[in-house]
Design a protein around this ligand. Structure first.
Ligand SMILES: [Zn+2]
Ligand SMILES: [Zn+2]
Length: 208
């Protein structure tokens, strides 16, 4: 990120890292919500880069290329079309594995329904469909972590990115519409999500 910068603030450095190329590195720890870099170019929009969580000294700084809430297929396609690479970050790997498992489970359900309707029984597919599978994980990132991260950091009003407030890091501020969300509001949202409340956005959709 930001290797185009000529002058860096004291707390940042550019380093060559094996397998990563030129990286922007943090030279000291940073707090959640801290503005690590602010650019005000004459020609375009002023930009502030805010730490989404605490960072240790030596951490590589990365940015999201697109809105955090975009679905996996859309992200992958845009990264291929606009940035010319296929992303294999932990989140993309976890979401791809989860998606493949859902497709397999749906296929197993169809096979089961066909078998029940008098077609040939596909024992393998039936077994597969009945299994409780453990969450996929890549390092520390698993499906639950991804779901919670998106619930915490995607604005439910405008789909902007919600970064922690430096003055109250358990609350988040939307970079697009300026809405704030407290920890309690986030927990209520997470609880509704995991309770299977799929109609969270029903009202919003009806208004559109
Ligand atoms: Zn990715
Ligand atoms: Zn917003």
């Amino acid at each position: 990120m930001a290797t185009r910068l000529n002058v860096l603030p004291d707390h940042l450095a550019v380093e060559e890292r094996p397998g990563r190329g030129r990286c922007l590195i943090l030279k000291r720890p940073a707090a959640a919500g801290e503005v690590l870099l602010a650019e005000s170019p004459v020609c375009c929009i002023a930009t502030r880069y805010v730490a989404m969580h605490e960072l240790p000294a030596g951490a590589e700084l990365t940015i999201s290329y697109m809105p955090l809430g975009d679905p996996p297929d859309l992200r992958r396609q845009r990264l291929r079309d606009e940035y010319n690479f296929s992303c294999d970050c932990a989140r993309c790997q976890v979401e791809a594995a989860s998606e493949a498992a859902t497709v397999a489970a749906e296929a197993a359900e169809v096979a089961k329904a066909m078998a029940a309707a008098g077609g040939a029984a596909d024992a393998m597919a039936m077994e597969q469909g009945d299994e409780e599978r453990p969450p996929f994980a890549v390092g520390d990132v698993d499906e639950t972590y991804v779901a919670l991260y998106v619930l915490k950091h995607v604005c439910d009003q405008c789909l902007g990115t919600m970064a922690p407030l430096i003055t109250a890091p358990s609350s988040c501020l939307c970079n697009r519409c300026g809405t704030t969300r407290t920890e309690a509001e986030f927990l209520a949202r997470a609880e509704a999500h995991f309770a299977g409340d799929e109609h969270e956005h029903e009202d919003d959709e009806e208004m559109m």
